[in-house]
Design a protein around this ligand. Structure first.
Ligand SMILES: [Zn+2]
Length: 267
């Protein structure tokens, strides 16, 4: 092909650009399982790793404190993100790998409407039907040192299993509480919801809101590091139990009905 000049001819070329305003990433890591069959099934640990930016710059419900407009997110959700990183390292260091494969998922856009986790379950990097469980952590570093609220316990076998695992680890000194604030509808408010929407048994570790929630004062010095460490250890033992069980977690029939009702209200 040779370029040819066309005297007197004018061409107009146009294109419309339909680009989203931003493309924040999800970060996905995988630890392949050791069992020839169970390794084709997956346990997903998730936490959102971005937050709400600066106060007064958008629709965020983050209010400035004096001149400080940076909405630090130490509890919401550096605490959960740190747990994901520590879990990945701990599982990778085991002399014997867990039987199922483990996915460590750090998502964006939780605060904008669970965008990253919704994208993951709708465009999964593994077959979505092979994901047997989601364990989500969002704000696990504050409030009473010895208790953790775990939301979604009554919907599937993940709840009873968690209590069995916690009973085997009294050294952690943790009390697993059920949802203390059902009227706040936290079941809708973090990334486990995206997995539940796809009918994947899901459960949500959370230590509750506080006066620094969505404020510049959600800073690292206010985190109970010992508590985050103990919760992360509990999630490690729990995740290992799920990964090594031949039977995948099962919905409770009434729980699945309830989850279908909840997720159909907000799809
Ligand atoms: Zn959060």
């Amino acid at each position: 092909v040779r370029p040819v000049e066309l005297p007197g001819v004018t061409a107009h070329v146009g294109a419309s650009l339909d680009r989203p305003a931003a493309m924040p990433p999800n970060v996905v890591g995988i630890l392949p399982g050791s069992d020839p069959e169970l390794r084709n099934t997956y346990v997903v640990f998730s936490a959102h790793f971005d937050h709400v930016g600066t106060a007064g710059t958008g629709s965020w419900d983050c209010r400035p404190v004096g001149d400080n407009r940076i909405c630090n997110g130490a509890d919401d959700n550096a605490s959960g993100t740190t747990a994901i990183l520590e879990l990945a390292e701990a599982f990778a260091l085991l002399p014997e790998r867990p039987r199922r494969s483990l996915i460590f998922l750090a998502v964006s856009g939780e605060e904008k409407g669970l965008l990253g986790s919704a994208h993951f379950v709708d465009n999964p990097t593994v077959p979505v039907e092979a994901i047997v469980a989601n364990i989500n952590m969002d704000m696990i570093g504050r409030n009473h040192p010895d208790s953790v609220v775990v939301i979604g316990q009554t919907y599937s076998s993940l709840g009873p299993l968690l209590h069995q695992v916690n009973d085997r680890h009294p050294e952690l000194g943790l009390t697993v509480a059920d949802d203390l604030w059902p009227e706040q509808r936290f079941f809708y408010r973090s990334d486990h919801f995206s997995f539940a929407r796809r009918e994947i048994p899901a459960i949500f570790f959370f230590t509750g809101v506080h006066e620094d929630y969505h404020r510049p004062t959600d800073t690292a010095d206010r985190i109970d590091v010992d508590k985050v460490t103990r919760i992360t250890r509990l999630v490690f033992h729990y995740g290992l139990a799920i990964a090594n069980q031949v039977q995948p977690p099962r919905w409770d029939p009434a729980g699945l009905d309830e989850v279908r009702r909840l997720t159909s209200q907000r799809r």
